[in-house]
Design a protein around this ligand. Sequence first.
Ligand code: NDP
Length: 325
Amino acid sequence: MTNTIRLGLVGYGNIGKSAEAAIEAFPDMEGVAVFTRRNPETLNSKLPAVSIDQILEYKDQIDVLILCGGSATDLPEQGPSLAKHFSTIDSYDNHGEIPSYFSAIDASAKENGNTSVISVGWDPGLFSMNRVLFDSVLPSGKTYTFWGKGLSQGHSDAIRRVAGVKKGVQYTVPIEEALDEVRSGSQPSLSAKEQHERVCYIVAEENADKEKIEQTIKTMPNYFEPYQTTVHFIDEETFENEHQKMPHGGFVIRTGESALENQQRMEFQLKLESNPDFTSSILVTYARAVMKLKEEGKTGAFSVLDIPLSYLSDKTPEQLRKDFL
Ligand code: NDP
């Protein structure tokens, strides 16, 4: 590949901001603009901020668009409509809806000769790749996914809505005993609540009834009630110092039996200080894959499961064999 890959970013939330910063670490990439639904002047981005209404004017200046919108409502609308005009990458993470999202993107992209990679990130993404790898090489076994320690936006929003809570965050944490049990190879049947606990850090309003806050959180249906939940009250300074990042990560573990009744265990772990910074770095990496697929004349939608690992690198296949095999 000789030319720099020219990237456009759609949406300037956590992932959009991180993607803008991530591009700088990739010498073969260049950011062109950030496209937003908001007034571009309010964005404070380093790249030029442009109204999404003008995006088609940039068709010839952009090789790949990275869609940084949310999975709930942004991507189902923006994904198929932008795949008509650009090659795209997104981090759509609504696992149950991925097949229909894939079909919608595939139709738009194919019809217009574009190439899109969907559901890029770590889960779905790197975790999915490991689940497939583990399942394929050890057919007789069981795979488990644990998430955390990680900040959950949805649960943090829920606790902030409780009366008397000034500030709050919620971390999903894998239960150590469950991890140990899985690693032992006993292949237990575990529900989500038997695998994860919820830990909350709260700054309470002055004179708030802390006991009531704790009770309200612990009995909140679906969000907390079925889980082992711990609530810590902390002061505002500690909150500001220790709970501003968005850590995440987790484990994919498969145990099973290979030939001759030998017990085998495979494990992939991520420990992320910043979820958006890591996710956006993966999104940017996949621009290389899109360019290689385009060079091969491949159009339509792809997932991380369809793309050879060598397509992610800026090194040649010869160099990769020398350095990493
Ligand atoms: P945000 O809520 O921060 O941003 C989503 C969109 O909301 C932005 O693109 C932006 O669009 C708009 N927005 C952001 N901030 C504001 C604001 N202050 N006021 C008004 N609108 C705003 O979501 P994230 O960036 O945290 O996450 C995006 C998606 O990434 C998630 O929904 C998830 O699906 C996915 N993800 C996937 C992962 C994976 O491993 N596969 C991991 C992590 C995330 P605009 O600029 O047009 O207004």
